[in-house]
Design a protein around this ligand. Structure first.
Ligand SMILES: Nc1ncnc2c1ncn2[C@@H]1O[C@H](COP(=O)(O)OP(=O)(O)O)[C@@H](O)[C@H]1O
Ligand SMILES: [Mg+2]
Ligand SMILES: [Zn+2]
Length: 254
């Protein structure tokens, strides 16, 4: 009787002198052993595949966790680099930036997009966020006004939870920073939020209708200097794109 490898066809060798105290059925199994490595290689590949799937699942869970507590709406989901209708430089920069975040583990520079309402700051930051989430990076999107309301209502527990996520996510986005009412509470919480991220030494994107000087006036010099140290400044000077979006809408219903 001969047994051959089902993968490469190499003949198995016969093991002689298997001790007789081993039960007959097991001795039968032990009797023929392969010379080739086919089975081992296949086992290893199986193991690797399982490991890979496990890792993918962990990444999926991580991305989902931050996504679930982020402020994400239909508009956000449609904001993708391939849906850009204007081809402006700041968006090209944003695309290069997103790739760098993905490719360079230690790259931790952020961006502050500054400009008038409707110029496309939220669009740019959402494009970056979508691109990174699709590639396994966790992104937390915060609207500072809603954040303040939440921690006012739910107190310390919610604040600790969110600040913990602020520390751990791969990218933090604070959308429309500085548009809320100015209070001592807001200033204190703004500092805590930005300082938490600053200490984590990870990247942060801010969009704001206020320039750095106005942000300093509204909040403090401490907040401005942290933001300046952490972020590239991008001034978005283009026209109000909301008008475009509206005129397209009117054309459609006319
Ligand atoms: N590059 C772009 N391509 C297509 N639509 C855009 C682009 N930039 C902005 N928009 C659209 O224009 C509108 C205003 O942009 P938004 O990012 O909300 O402005 P901001 O955050 O600066 O106030 C939104 O409807 C947005 O989807
Ligand atoms: Mg915006
Ligand atoms: Zn073989």
């Amino acid at each position: 009787m001969v047994k051959v490898c089902q993968y490469c066809g190499e003949e198995y060798y016969e093991v002689k002198n298997i001790p007789l105290y081993i039960p007959e059925t097991i001795r039968e199994i032990m009797r023929f052993q392969p010379r080739c490595s086919c089975l081992k290689i296949i086992e290893e590949e199986k193991k690797k595949k399982i490991e890979y799937e496990k890792k993918r699942e962990l990444i999926r869970k991580k991305v989902k966790k931050y996504r679930d507590i982020s402020l994400i709406d239909a508009k956000f989901l449609k904001s993708r680099f391939e849906n850009d209708r204007y081809g402006e430089n700041y968006l090209k920069f944003s695309k290069r930036y997103a790739k760098r975040i993905l490719d360079e583990e230690t790259f931790n520079k952020g961006i502050i997009f500054v400009g008038k309402s409707g110029t496309g700051k939220t669009f740019a930051s959402s494009c970056i966020a979508n691109y990174l989430m699709e590639n396994g990076k966790s992104v937390l999107v915060i609207n500072f006004g809603l954040y303040l309301n939440k921690i006012k209502r739910e107190w310390a527990e919610a604040e600790n939870d969110i600040l913990n996520s602020v520390k751990l996510c791969d990218l933090l986005i604070i959308d429309n920073f500085g548009s809320e009412r100015n209070t001592e509470f807001a200033i204190e919480k703004a500092f805590l939020l930005i300082d938490t991220r600053y200490r984590s030494e990870k990247p942060m994107i801010i969009t704001s209708n206020l320039n750095l000087f106005q942000l300093e006036e509204k909040f403090t010099a401490k907040i401005r200097s942290r933001i300046e140290e952490m972020c590239y400044l991008i001034k978005v000077n283009s026209k109000d794109k909301r008008k475009d979006a509206n005129s397209m809408f009117f054309k459609y219903i006319a």
